[in-house]
Design a protein around this ligand. Structure first.
Ligand code: HEM
Length: 449
């Protein structure tokens, strides 16, 4: 007896259904990472940062507040927020996931759960000291294990994708940042074990923390932004092609700076960071006239301005590092340098690029309110300018009234970051997904979002 062949229309519908459910699974995973990152950024990260700064300003001394609380804030921002964003976007680039392979999705969700639990546990432990001698190492193990799952998935993909082909320079930069991230997590684990066995509070000691922060800033955060800038900014801003050799030399100079700083020769290392930043800007051609129209569809037209301004903050951060070696006697110039980097460079970049790409990645959505994007970036820039300037003036005792501006600067930055979180949450919740009409993955190829 002859079996009836499926009607072409019904097999097309079935295929479409498979693509649709794969896209939905994909968007859910990305939104889980991004929403978790946003929660870390607003509550454990920024609120605690503002609280710390209000305390410091009230007492007119940074030494008067708990280092464990300062470190809880920094950890929530860098690992809870930035780390979650990087992993979410990293998983997005893995073909096994795109192909809808169940085991790969399972791994990605396990990674998300372990990462979020580890970062949350660290915050609770630092702030409430709950069973901290046990929980501090546990949190670091969870974070490292989650990262290893991520690293394995991404590096398998890189190997498959590259085959015999030579890797593009931006991939080398991202690899260097990923290795920096891995080393940072290992250092974090070592630091947690040391503190759990030897110290009387859950805070890293000052000397260890300064080296750890150098690796965090220049070994992990900065090269990630350079790598993604090299991949995306040519298209987004219409820039001339990247000068690959100069970009790789920027990475090399930066690595030398890190090695010097970790070896204790900070006074020389800071010059390498300044030189590496100048080289990266020259390589990316950030301030050269664009050759194509910037791609600002769906976002605020100020987008290219803020991306360039973020690179101004990078130079300010590196320059303040050089100044700190010479003049800092209060922690104020170092603090200003770190803030110029974490808020001025990293956060402005994430707030700009995040609102440009994430709505499309999360199910072909359109950004909820482009004007709110501008408001967020403006507030962040104004707040950061006040904070960086006044931190130097107040902590160094150059201008006493600058202490009164610092709380205001924190509230302005808080408003900027909250506006960003609202805009993304509004996009995920209120904007319809267009992936149903046209399979999302088919449309998102590289940067054409
Ligand atoms: C409203 C925004 C923010 C406020 C008010 C704030 C406040 C602070 C304060 C008061 C400190 C203590 C040291 C100092 O006085 O300079 C600090 C340190 C730090 N902040 Fe923030 N911050 C904010 C945003 C961020 C962001 C967005 C990041 C990262 C992406 C970040 C990362 C760090 C790090 C890594 C430290 C050093 C922690 C340590 O000593 O181990 N902060 N912040």
């Amino acid at each position: 007896m002859a079996t009836a062949l499926p009607h072409p229309e019904s097999s097309r519908a079935a295929h479409f259904e498979v693509l649709r459910s794969r896209d939905e699974g994909f968007a859910k995973l990305l939104m889980a990472f991004i929403s978790t990152g946003l929660v870390f950024m607003v509550f454990p990260g920024t609120f605690l940062g503002v609280w710390n700064l209000l305390q410091i300003s009230g007492r007119e001394s940074v030494a008067s507040i708990s280092p464990a609380w300062i470190q809880a804030h920094g950890h929530a921002q860098v690992f809870g927020w930035v780390g979650s964003f990087i992993m979410g976007i990293g998983f997005f680039s893995i073909p096994q996931l795109r192909a809808g392979v169940k085991a790969s999705f399972g791994r990605a969700w396990t990674c998300w759960a372990m990462w979020s639990a580890g970062a949350a546990l660290r915050w609770v432990t630092n702030v409430y000291r709950w069973e901290w001698r046990v929980m501090l190492p546990v949190s670091a193990v969870l974070e490292l294990a989650a990262f290893l799952i991520f690293f394995r998935s991404v590096s398998q993909h890189q190997r498959q994708e590259s085959g015999q082909k030579q890797l593009e320079p931006w991939i080398w930069v991202v690899i260097s940042a990923s290795i920096g991230f891995l080393l940072l997590l290992i250092l974090n684990l070592a630091g947690c074990f040391y503190v759990a066995f030897r110290e009387t509070t859950p805070a890293f000691t000052h000397v260890f923390d300064q080296r750890y922060l150098t690796l965090m800033a220049w070994g992990f955060l900065v090269p990630f932004v350079w790598g993604f800038s090299a991949k995306w900014m040519g298209v987004f801003l219409g820039l001339k092609p990247v000068r690959s050799r100069i970009l790789l030399s920027a990475v090399f100079v930066n690595l030398t700076g890190i090695a010097l700083a970790l070896a204790g020769v900070v006074s020389v290392g800071v010059w390498f960071f300044l030189g590496a930043s100048a080289l990266a800007i020259a390589a990316l051609r950030m301030f050269e006239p664009a050759i194509n129209e910037p791609k600002t569809r769906g976002v605020h037209r100020s987008f290219p301005f803020f991306i360039r301004f973020a690179y101004v903050w990078l130079v300010v951060a590196a320059g303040l590092g050089v100044a700190a070696v010479r003049w800092d006697h209060s922690g104020g110039i170092w603090g200003a340098s770190r803030h110029a980097l974490t808020v001025g460079f990293i956060s402005v970049m994430i707030v700009s690029v995040g609102q440009r790409i994430l709505p499309a990645f999360a199910g072909m959505r359109v950004l909820w309110k482009p004007r709110l994007m501008f408001t967020a970036l403006l507030l962040l820039t104004v707040g950061c300018t006040l904070r960086v300037g006044c931190e130097v003036l107040a902590y160094q005792e150059y201008v006493h009234s600058a202490w009164r501006v610092l709380p205001l600067s924190a509230l302005i930055e808080l408003a900027g970051l909250t506006a960003f979180a609202f805009n993304l949450a509004g996009t995920f919740v209120l904007q319809p997904s267009h992936a149903v009409n046209e399979p999302m993955i088919a449309r998102i190829s590289g940067v054409n979002v």
